[in-house]
Design a protein around this ligand. Structure first.
Ligand code: CA
Length: 540
């Protein structure tokens, strides 16, 4: 009888390679057991993290299929809710890339019921905010369904709901993607122009020969058409002075210029004045390479001022990952494809480091005792987060943990594999220094129970454990993470909470979905630190 109790009915201690009796745990990819993530939570992971680059265990294709099947299950259950989830994440810029939201929207527009399909098309302008997004949507949607009347009308709305100047900007800046152009989409959508300006722009796109105003010697009076006229002019420009004059007079973006002018520092200097923040952050290396962005240059002052403006960062929907990516590329002093070298300036590096924190949604400190625990096991060093080359879940975890560490006055940071790994990370360290520490670690086994075991063994008082992991736990022959937490709560007399920050878009979590003191958030959701803090304060 004693053995019977010990071996079968003991739900306080279960080896991680077996499911906890009485739960619905599932086998994870590492040979251990985790909880299955709820379909809707998995949808959120997919919308934020995508499946690009796969994980250590699952290749990109298989991970995409898994997530697409989950998405279809959600559409089947409640297509309108899927649209709401897509809009919530896409419109607020919470995901590093918009691709997954567009893919998901196209799938609802094809596979949802009538109401869901209508909701998807109504959300089109909100989710597909640029011409590139629209082309991506068109590419996806036509592989899932035919070009019915409602779909054509939805596409037409994308053009009709913009003012003339906004439309002109879109058709110049984003002219093609994946074999799609505005000629293609306009021929499908066939909008009846809402204004004369719209009509003139549609004609310039579909029947360029008839839009003679675009090639006139003098610009049209209409500002939207004059912008397109300036685009036509700059294609024919013979000298830098003319190019710069057109940029200054008409706010032409980089994409409007023939590539031959894009090696000229004076051209970039003119572009920088009105350059959108996304483009500025992405082109720091280019501007450095051509000699514009150098130490103590005026351009450096402009860049610093904009990177330091939290409102500007939020308005431009700059995602923290975009800043991390820029920090890595600009900081290494050479382009990704080996095209050119430059000397990064310490002021720009520091400004990027600060911008990273500003790019998250506002976080109020919860003032709770938090243990931030980074899973630095082998699997966390495989795959890329959000398709950023070389950005592993390990690096991304460290970056996310720093955000909370900077906010919370009472934090402790630990790293673990199958045991605690000493890593001296503190909130005052710079992001690139922290990732240098995590990158040098050896591959080890995974036991996500370690943070709780460690806190109990050392009698550390913790109100909330925040574990950054892929939830592929398997190593511990004694207990699961939730069992370690239960023991911690009991022996320390603290009803400690657990937040699992999911760093890959797999379907697993170490958090018990039936325990209100545990929660899942998505790693690199720019709202994640705020949600963690709200949960710690008991506001969720
Ligand atoms: Ca692992």
């Amino acid at each position: 009888m004693a053995n019977y109790l010990k071996n079968v009915l003991n739900t306080k201690q279960t080896p991680q390679n077996q499911p906890i009796p009485g739960t619905h745990q599932v086998a994870n990819s590492a040979g251990g057991y985790s909880f299955a993530l709820d379909n809707w939570k998995r949808l959120q992971r997919f919308l934020v993290l995508g499946s690009e680059g796969g994980t250590y265990y699952i290749n990109e294709k298989a991970l995409t299929v898994e997530n697409a099947n989950n998405l279809l299950a959600c559409i089947d259950e409640d297509g309108q809710r899927v649209v709401r989830e897509i809009v919530a994440i896409s419109a607020a810029g919470r995901a590093p890339k918009n691709d997954t939201a567009i893919f998901a929207l196209a799938l609802v527009a094809a596979k949802g019921n009538l109401v869901a399909r209508q909701a998807a098309l109504a959300a089109l302008p909100e989710v597909c905010r640029t011409g590139t997004h629209l082309f991506q949507f068109a590419g996806y949607v036509q592989t899932f369904r035919g070009w019915g009347r409602a779909l054509r009308k939805g596409m037409a709305n994308w053009y009709q709901t913009r003012d003339g100047r906004g439309l002109a900007y879109q058709v110049i800046k984003y002219r093609q993607r994946d074999g799609w152009t505005h000629t293609d989409t306009l021929r499908l959508a066939h909008p009846k122009p809402v204004t004369g300006t719209h009509g003139a722009i549609y004609k310039w796109i579909t029947q360029a020969d008839e839009a003679t105003w675009a090639r006139d010697i003098t610009p049209p009076e209409d500002g939207a058409l004059a912008f397109i006229w300036a685009f036509e002019q700059v294609q024919k420009a013979q000298d830098v002075a003319t190019v710069i004059k057109l940029i200054e007079a008409y706010d032409l973006p980089r994409e409007a210029l023939p590539t031959q002018w894009l090696n000229d520092a004076a051209v970039w200097e003119a572009l920088l004045v009105k350059m959108p923040l996304t483009a500025m952050i992405r082109n720091l290396g280019v501007m450095a390479k051509i000699g514009l962005l150098t130490a103590l240059s005026d351009a450096e002052d402009v860049v610093l001022k904009r990177l330091g403006d939290a409102d500007l960062l939020r308005k431009a929907r700059i995602h923290p990952i975009a800043v991390v990516s820029a920090l890595r590329i600009y900081g290494q002093g050479r382009g990704m494809r080996g095209d050119g070298q430059w000397t990064p300036t310490p002021r720009v590096i520091d400004a990027l480091d600060n911008a990273f924190y500003k790019a998250f949604q506002n976080v109020e400190p919860a003032n709770q005792r938090m243990m931030l625990a980074l899973d630095v096991s082998g699997s966390m060093a495989g795959g890329n987060v959000a398709g950023v080359p070389g950005l592993t879940p390990r690096d991304a975890s460290a970056a996310m943990a720093l955000v909370t560490a900077k906010t919370e006055p009472r934090y402790s940071m630990v790293s673990f594999q199958d045991k605690i790994v000493p890593l001296n990370i503190s909130a005052n360290m710079r992001l690139d220094d922290v990732t240098k520490l995590t990158q040098g670690l050896p591959f080890g086994a995974t036991d996500c129970a370690q943070p709780m075991i460690y806190a109990l063994a050392n009698k550390i008082k913790v109100d909330m454990f925040v574990i950054y992991t892929d939830s592929e736990t398997w190593f511990n022959p004694q207990m699961h993470p939730v069992q370690a937490l239960a023991e911690y709560r009991e022996k320390m007399g603290i009803t400690a909470k657990l937040v699992v920050v999911g760093m890959t878009s797999n379907g697993f979590t170490i958090a018990d979905p039936n325990d209100a003191g545990m929660m899942d958030v998505v790693g690199f959701d720019s709202a994640a630190p705020q949600v963690i803090s709200n949960f710690a304060r008991g506001e969720i």
